[in-house]
Design a protein around this ligand. Sequence first.
Ligand code: NOJ
Ligand code: CA
Length: 543
Amino acid sequence: MAPDDRDDEACPPPAPLDWWQRGVIYQIYPRSFADSNGDGIGDLRGILTRLDYLRGAGDSLGVDAIWLSPFYRSPMVDFGYDVSDYTDVDPVFGTLAEFDELLAAAHLRDIKVIIDWVPNHTSDQHPWFLESRAGRDSPKRDWYVWRDPAPAGGPPNNWRSSFGGGADPAWTFDDATSQFYLTSFTPQQPDLNWDNPEVEAAMHDVLRFWLDRGVDGLRIDVVFKLAKDPQLRDNQPGRRHDQDWPAVHERVRRIRALVDEYEDRMIVGEVYLLDLQQLVSYVSSGDELHLAHNFVFVHLPWRASAMRESIGDFERLAGPSTWPAWFLENHDHSRVATRYAGSGGSGGRRTRVATMLVVTLKGTPFIFQGEELGLPDAEVPPDRVVDVDGRDPERAPIPWRRPSSAGPGAGFTTGEPWLPIVAGAERLCVEAQRDDPDSTLSFARRLLALRADRPALQGGSQRPLDAATDVFSFLREAGGRGERLLVALNFSSRRVRARVTLPEGLETRGTLVLSTHAAREPGPIDLRTLTLDPDEGVIVLLG
Ligand code: NOJ
Ligand code: CA
């Protein structure tokens, strides 16, 4: 009997992974993905016509699921995060029938579909709010958070809007009824009153509407805001009263229970709390969220030690039964290539390192559209700024084709794009990268294929390894046959000896299976002499 087989008997294989643990989830911001009708704004049909890019064709990226940012009816003050009808598609994005078509086409290709659910607030044009603001005795008055002004006439407390850097009160005054209503984001996004069971029931109906239609999962917008101090007391330096109130957990549990009535569905929450202990409390009990987006990670400096410590902290707090989720880009944050640009043009290379990190860490990786192209933020001149909170640069449209052949819409649109196309689209577009084996897109395709092929990268255990100061290295190991993959990432823009220390008994020779640098040939290497190029990451198969 081979020694490995004995191991098999000693540790039975772990439970099979769920789809949302195994695969890679790709975030689509529908306004900026692909425009099918020339109005300059991306739409559902545009996504439908680009599914080959994502999965199912020979040169697809190979994603397992897509998360669609909101496409519901909306006045678009917050580009869809201000919903005026939760159960219909905004005409700018298409129709409900087109959504069904997209869902069916995605499922045919084995792509799961996650939609964005925005339960904390509606648009001020939602019929519920129109009714609520119609009078103090409206039957829907209590569906939102209404309060009299403070004695001096100002807002009822010191809560601040999440937009505008904390300068604006989270309250909007209604002249007609002389009361304030709570608006945690823009004044056009009134907060629903989740203390009212009718609101919870109505929002549960929305969930059922989409789950019955067949969506595979929900991303829950600002889930940590679904409970606030019912007494509306002022925020204090050490304690916020406008979010993460204890009742939030029982509310999330009821959402989970509803979702669990359906087979194989998943909820991922936007838990924008910059404290890992608080973040973990939304996933660790096993009956709340399946996954929580970790914003501490997004705010880290580009340093090997910072990444290593934060990942270790998460694991310690979460414990072995909590499944992590990792991302470094989304539609609210400057892209990696710009955020971590460093000096001397490292940005594009760092996107590859970042993507290698999120795709190889234990947990579910989320990739934001355009990350696989290494897109930087777009430059948005003042007269083209449209977002209330400065997030236009990371939301620029996907350049599909070379502007020199397809025109200024870069294959995203035949019209005028709603935001400027990113600089360098000629070289960064899909058309230019698709057949170039050295491109970021080709790298991303190989990286996703490797994860899909290697059980150690999906469900394997993980341990950090000692390495040079600028290098973050870790080992992923699958039980049973003992597949071992080592990841080593150079966070500096210098060439460095990796100096990875392997656990006792492990062979230092292995096979380099992927580098972020196309020039490095796959093949045998000895870890004792491994030197990483500036901003290079590698994956090595041990043994
Ligand atoms: C978080 C979303 O990601 C962001 O885009 C939006 O503006 C706020 N929530 C409010 O819905
Ligand atoms: Ca369109």
